[in-house]
Design a protein around this ligand. Structure first.
Ligand SMILES: [Zn+2]
Ligand SMILES: [Zn+2]
Ligand SMILES: [Zn+2]
Length: 324
């Protein structure tokens, strides 16, 4: 098509999953576990803004895709941030051309709800390439050394890592560039305290003059590394980079009850103040960790959205797609 060039490429984010570790809990009688929306709006078959699904039958772990779109609405560059359970199935639910080509995977940390889908992801891409007679190119996999070492310790995963992925070491606070089709995505990994997960980072991605912050999983602003530096110190040290981000996806494991390794909504507000993003969404929200009888406990996706809306923000929904 005449006039089609990279200047007309656009930046998008798809929320592949918004759930914390367990999605739904078997045997639980809370509203979050018992509310299942079987009437889902069809997902657009091209890149287009889409509000996603509330309480879908299968919840995927927290994950997002940074997408470069061409003028036809196809994906021409795809950086996947985290690959926990349900993420491959979630991607398959969006019939957007090119979404199945992954330029690179970024892992925030070692926990299973962020890495447990790597086998399905890697093997499905490898098998799909072979089935269609294409050569399979290993997918660049960016993570810190502690995260990579932990993956190798897991039974069966070493083989998948070697067969399907090309490890690229991430060093905290050392920006790197990821090739995503026609675009170069500059990624800055920020070290964060997240419980006992060594080598945890959050990522600030810059592409096509836009900035997106993927801020999960992260402990409280006051949580400190052994040498005394806190999460808030890290954010403040990078304030000019983070400030005025176009999109900020922020973990919110609880609404108000303090929890180990994670942030409450109320604690997250200190991060919001530094980032002051154009749009902010809660993600990795749970509905269980607040404890029975407390605000947040048993909240459905719609209830999380309603609570977030009162604060002038939003709660991410599985499958949502937004132009940045
Ligand atoms: Zn429940
Ligand atoms: Zn975690
Ligand atoms: Zn997590």
């Amino acid at each position: 098509m005449v006039g089609m060039n990279h200047q007309h490429d656009s930046l998008w984010v798809r929320v592949n999953g918004a759930a914390h570790s367990f999605g739904r809990e078997l045997g639980c009688t809370c509203a979050r576990c018992r509310t299942v929306n079987h009437h889902l709006a069809p997902a657009p078959d091209r890149l287009a803004n889409f509000s996603g699904w509330e309480d879908p039958p299968h919840r995927a772990n927290t994950s997002a895709s940074l997408l470069i779109g061409d003028p036809s609405g196809a994906v021409v560059g795809h950086v996947l941030v985290d690959a926990g359970g349900g993420v491959v199935d979630s991607l398959v639910c969006a019939p957007i051309p090119g979404l199945g080509d992954i330029s690179a995977v970024l892992l925030t940390h070692r926990h299973r709800d962020h890495t447990g889908g790597l086998t399905q992801l890697g093997e499905s891409l490898r098998r799909a390439a072979h089935a269609s007679g294409r050569d399979f190119a290993k997918v660049p996999l960016y993570c810190t050394l502690p995260t990579h070492e932990d993956l190798h310790k897991r039974g069966g995963l070493s083989q998948v890592l070697e067969r399907c992925f090309d490890f690229r070491e991430v060093a905290p606070e050392k920006p790197f560039t990821v090739d995503a089709g026609p675009a170069a995505v500059r990624v800055t990994p920020l070290p964060v305290v997240h419980g006992n997960a060594q080598g945890a980072v959050v990522y600030l991605a810059e592409a096509l003059q836009k900035k997106v912050l993927f801020a999960w999983d992260i402990d409280t602003p006051e949580a400190a590394f052994p040498e005394g530096r806190t999460n808030l110190d890290v954010f403040q040290a990078h304030a000019s980079l983070l400030n005025r981000a176009d999109l900020h996806l922020q973990e919110c494991n609880t609404w108000a009850a303090p929890g180990k390794g994670h942030t409450t909504y109320h604690q997250s507000r200190r991060y919001f103040d530094i980032v002051a993003a154009r749009r902010t969404f809660l993600i990795h929200y749970s509905g269980h960790e607040d404890g029975p009888g407390n605000p947040g406990y048993g909240w459905t996706d719609a209830q999380w959205q309603a609570a977030a809306a009162q604060e002038g923000i939003d709660a991410a929904r599985q499958g949502m797609v937004m132009q940045i």
